[in-house]
Design a protein around this ligand. Structure first.
Ligand SMILES: [Fe+2]
Ligand SMILES: [Fe+2]
Length: 358
């Protein structure tokens, strides 16, 4: 369980440095894993595919992409109020999650150097990309006179331990959902340039290709480990991870609907599209996917988000702690109930269709 992170005393923060937001279930997490177990992974079944992906990562197509051109060099003081708050919040969450990827990949690269040089090289390129992404977002925050103290985050954030199998499932999904989140914002802004209030969004097209490549690397890694897809246990785990990633995403989009509305994006439609596309993409790696076409699928998903909103309102209310606690119980039970109902919807067998999807 992740402990709540206390905001550091004000005197520890440098001017212009943003205090990290309070850590909750929905804030991006920092992960650690069993590095020795990853080192011992036998990837020979998909080594050729992994080598091809590593070559592509090495080619570094985006090495000139993350450059702040002239359009960034101006004052952004005209962005004020709710819009400024919502955008800075988006930058901070994105920067934290990119940075979390960087830390995990960097550590994997370092720990596998001797034992598994091919994987070590792959993780080095992944870390390079995520460092660029996080750095670019942090510079955007600097345009709003703020920056995240990344060294403070590194030292003081709680790290969650995930066994390598869980890391592979969740990182694969977070790279692919990241791809869809970025590309859908990019396409929307391309069609509606009047909503581009800051030049970051036009960078998303090539940016999301990095995430796509990262996802492909994790797909190859996953397929190289038959125990991650060829048995009933794996099928149950995959359904669980798809579900938790989609519930978390829906809760985040609903909680931050103001940000999407500022961009002229309809939050519900956006969430539905991100979830549907990510689920479809996941059929290339996972043995099963969720049935997003089930008539109640999105209704259940949104009920989880609506109940999460109730939890937030309760947390911010002025009621006594003990009253809050008892009011929380039925709301949490509702979320668990809807998640269970979704989990029990008959999944779609992806092994049968994989070759056709490819
Ligand atoms: Fe990234
Ligand atoms: Fe990535």
């Amino acid at each position: 369980m992740v402990k709540s992170l206390e905001t550091p005393p004000v005197e520890l923060l440098k001017p212009g440095v943003k205090a990290p937001v309070e850590e909750t279930l929905l804030t991006p997490r920092f992960y650690t894993t069993d590095f020795d177990a990853v080192a011992k992974m036998d990837i020979s079944a998909h080594e050729e595919e992994i080598r091809a992906i590593v070559d592509e990562l090495k080619a570094d197509y985006n090495r000139h992409h993350f450059i702040r051109d002239d359009e960034f060099k101006q004052s952004w003081d005209h962005i004020q109020g709710e819009k400024r708050r919502a955008f800075v919040d988006f930058l901070e969450r994105s920067c934290t999650s990119e940075f979390s990827g960087f830390l995990l990949f960097k550590e994997l690269s370092r720990r596998l150097k001797e034992s598994n040089p091919l994987l070590s090289e792959a993780f080095e390129y992944l870390a390079r990309d995520e460092a660029r992404h996080a750095g670019f977002l942090n510079k955007s925050m600097a345009d709003f006179n703020l920056s995240l103290d990344l060294s403070y985050l590194t030292k003081n954030r709680t790290y969650t331990f995930f066994p390598p199998e869980w890391v592979i499932y969740t990182v694969y999904l977070s790279e692919k959902i990241g791809y869809w989140r970025y590309i859908l914002v990019f396409r929307h802004i391309q069609n509606h340039p009047e909503f581009q209030f800051y030049p970051l969004f036009r960078k998303f097209e090539s940016w999301c290709q990095d995430e796509n490549r990262h996802g492909d690397f994790f797909k190859a890694l996953l397929r190289s480990q038959p125990q991650l897809w060829n048995n009933w246990k794996a099928r149950l785990w995959v359904r669980f991870f798809l579900l938790t990633v989609f519930v978390t995403h829906t809760m985040t989009v609903f909680e931050r609907s103001d940000f999407y509305e500022i961009l002229g994006i309809h939050p519900r439609k956006y969430n539905t599209q991100v979830v549907t596309e990510t689920n479809k993409t996941a059929s290339r790696a996972f043995p099963v996917t969720l049935n997003t076409n089930h008539p109640y699928f999105f209704w259940y998903l949104e009920q989880c988000a609506i109940n999460n909103q109730k939890l937030i309102e309760l947390k911010n209310s002025k009621e006594l702690g003990v009253v809050k606690f008892f009011k929380k119980i039925p709301v949490v039970m509702n979320i668990v109930w809807y998640m269970l109902k979704m989990y029990l919807i008959k999944p779609i067998d992806a092994e049968m269709t994989r070759e056709a999807v490819r």
